[in-house]
Design a protein around this ligand. Structure first.
Ligand SMILES: NC(=O)c1ccc[n+]([C@@H]2O[C@H](COP(=O)([O-])OP(=O)(O)OC[C@H]3O[C@@H](n4cnc5c(N)ncnc54)[C@H](O)[C@@H]3O)[C@@H](O)[C@H]2O)c1
Ligand SMILES: NC(=O)c1ccc[n+]([C@@H]2O[C@H](COP(=O)([O-])OP(=O)(O)OC[C@H]3O[C@@H](n4cnc5c(N)ncnc54)[C@H](O)[C@@H]3O)[C@@H](O)[C@H]2O)c1
Lengths: 206, 206
């Protein structure tokens, strides 16, 4: 079972490799990835060794080859269709964000329950009625769901998503939601990011 | 030097302790925190030992006491004033999000450069002209800056923030920005969250 932190580091290695590739580095040493991310060289090599034998001892890794390997591990060598529920401020921002497409994630279906929004277009996509979730998700063959509705609606939306066959959910609502055992749930809480800053600021004061 | 992952785990321990406290657990064992977060018991104890001697061997920790200790470590026993720049979709969503206040982070000043937005009120707060950043940040004594402007504007906004005395920045724009050595910069990239899901989905297929 691969730890969450390892998966997150793999995503970070990918971004560093991307940049190193653009800067002309055909080969990458583990210490370069380590330095860029402020982690131990041994951690990088330990992470990569979990998935196979990449690179040659003393020779480092071929940049594009390692990048490709990590993309495979993270499932990024294909496109993923995403459904988003709750086209409010946050949902609209995510819908317009180009960073997701860059990694192969395409928001192809969006839903809301506000009659003023249903049927309207946003960022080139029509907003569907949430009551049509199951047939549209099946027709579009989306595999990932993003929840950006208010907290009280989050669990019912998660239920609709899992009943429609979605096996992976990214939840932004500040609500503890439960999903079936075979569904992967990831919760986003941006206050964690602010706490990382307050940790730093409060130590700085000494 | 405390690793980033440790700081993130401390925030997670806090949330678990909060819940355990609400459920009536006056005492908490490290394995309870470990189980809830799907990490090793030893990792929990290792993290906490970095900051002091909490709890008694074999007795666990007093829930409210440990919660208080972690809040101190993370700088959460006081309020923090936050400035936000870029009141678009994402900025508006963050402005309305109550989760930040719950941890003591108050967005007290927001800025934009769009004449249609400047002077208007959003979520009870007036949108200031970005050209007034320095005097307002000084007057409000904000210590944290949030950047939610488009990528091309991110660096110039970061420069304005650091020149105004801000020492901690949370950046959402997909741009690599540089800050002075004594400024803490945290970047948010939500596609990392989606990659955690695609990792899971692509392995599931086998
Ligand atoms: N995780 C974080 O760090 C973070 C940050 C900001 C916002 N949020 C959360 O994200 C969510 C969205 O925030 P926002 O500012 O965009 O809110 P919003 O009110 O602007 O948008 C919510 C949208 O969901 C729709 N909706 C409500 N109930 C629905 C239902 N049952 N089915 C379908 N659609 C429904 C609404 O019509 C609206 O369009 C909130 O839960 C908020 O607390 C989280
Ligand atoms: N990190 C992530 O995962 C993630 C997710 C969604 C959006 N984003 C990013 O967040 C940013 C905001 O996204 P959005 O959808 O809210 O965009 P938006 O266009 O709706 O909002 C941008 C706001 O910034 C203002 N602005 C532009 N230049 C400015 C300047 N120089 N000074 C002050 N204000 C200025 C605009 O007037 C507007 O109000 C973008 O960079 C986007 O790529 C990141």
């Amino acid at each position: 079972k691969i730890p969450e932190t390892t998966i997150a580091r793999l995503s970070s290695y990918l971004r560093v490799l991307d940049e190193l590739g653009r800067m002309g580095f055909d080969n990458t040493a583990s210490y370069q990835l380590a330095e860029e991310l402020d982690i131990n060289d041994s951690q990088v090599r330990k992470d990569l060794s979990l998935f196979g034998q990449f690179g040659k001892p003393g020779m480092g890794y071929e940049t594009t080859k390692l990048k490709r390997e990590i993309q495979k591990i993270l499932g990024l060598t294909r496109k993923w269709k995403v459904a988003l529920i709750g086209v409010g401020n946050l949902g609209s921002a995510l819908l317009a964000y180009k960073g997701f497409k860059r990694q192969g994630f395409y928001i192809v279906a969006v839903f809301d329950n506000d009659p003023k929004k249903i049927g309207k277009k946003w960022a080139g996509i029509v907003i569907h009625d949430i009551t049509q979730l199951k047939p549209i998700i099946r027709k579009e063959r989306t595999e990932i769901g993003i929840i950006t509705v208010p907290a009280p609606a989050a669990q019912e939306v998660a239920n609709l998503l899992t009943k429609a066959g979605i096996k992976a959910i990214l939840n932004f609502a500040p609500a503890r939601i439960s999903v079936p055992k075979d569904v992967r749930l990831s919760n986003v809480d941006l206050s964690l990011k602010l706490e990382n800053l307050s940790f730093f600021l409060s130590r700085r004061g000494r």
